[in-house]
Write a protein that binds this ligand. Structure first.
Ligand code: MG
Length: 167
């Protein structure tokens, strides 16, 4: 694998681990306001992002590269409401989509079609991520200040069961 590609993949491992760290911080926020269903949903996000990071890490080695670690940025720890937190997630995921697009640009630039094929999985994943989070943002906007609506959504999100995708 070309050095430029390897470097870009390593940067993305850091970005995925940052996502996991950010979502763990959000999980703690939801715990602190006793929205345990939201917190449980966030735990799924934490595990999913860790999985994304490891998936890329494994791929770097599969291609004969070496993982290079950098410091992981400090995540925000307070949000004013569940809506503000979910708007943050949506903006964050849209940014991650851009990062994946950038990675694909690098793969095309160095003519690494194998890397491009590997990255297609992440493209599909980001469409699903933005759609799921966007729907929750819409529902939180509809709920507004209605606490019974919020608790209903909390119990629904609490049903999330995260299972590791097949490799
Ligand atoms: Mg991710």
């Amino acid at each position: 694998m070309k050095k430029k590609m390897e470097k870009a993949f390593n940067k993305q491992v850091n970005a995925e681990l940052y996502s996991s760290y950010l979502y763990l911080s959000m999980e703690s926020y939801f715990q602190s306001v006793s929205l345990t269903g939201f917190a449980k949903w966030m735990r799924g996000q934490v595990q999913e992002e860790m999985f994304h990071g490891i998936k890329i890490y494994d791929y770097i080695h599969e291609r004969g590269g070496r993982a290079q670690f950098d410091a992981i940025d400090k995540p925000v720890s307070e949000w004013n409401s569940p809506l503000v937190a979910f708007e943050h997630i949506l903006a964050h995921e849209q940014n991650v989509t851009e990062l994946i697009n950038d990675l694909i640009d690098v793969s095309l630039d160095v003519r690494d079609h194998a890397a491009k094929a590997f990255l297609d999985w992440f493209i599909i994943e980001q469409v699903e991520e933005e759609s799921t989070v966007g729907e929750i943002v819409d529902r939180l906007r509809l709920i507004g200040d209605d606490s019974s609506g919020l608790f209903l959504l909390d119990s629904e999100l609490g049903k999330r069961v995260f299972t590791l995708p097949a490799k």
